[in-house]
Design a protein around this ligand. Sequence first.
Ligand SMILES: [Zn+2]
Length: 151
Amino acid sequence: MNHENALFSAAFGLQPPYKVIKVDFNIETGELHIHLDYSGGSEFPRPECTASSKVYDAKPRRWRHLNFFEHRTYLHAPVPRVNCLRCGVKTVRVPWSRPESGFTLLFEAIVIMLCQSMPVNAVARMLNVHDTRIWRIGSGITSRRRVRRST
Ligand SMILES: [Zn+2]
């Protein structure tokens, strides 16, 4: 692993078998794209039972992460599926995101925190997010805030 990739792996607190394999900064779009991969032959815990399995197949995915300075930042990684005789073929859980979420956990945490004190559209502007999924996170917080205030 080169020095830059090692630095980003450490910054994300990435655990093996995942590591940063490439960091692309697109100077035209101002976007930072961080590519992760796992080592060949890795085994992953099955989501519904505790045992680990070899990778059955994997699907490339992308998550929005917190900006690095003003730069929109995305994580890219293959998400493996494992085949269990009992449960069938299941997608494994990645440590940096909830299943089906297009955002990293850290990004969601910041959205939730900001939505407690400002409207969702202000949060979207501040974080430079053009992704409608932010409204799903933000509107839950806003309605809970309203309920709290009215009691
Ligand atoms: Zn199973």
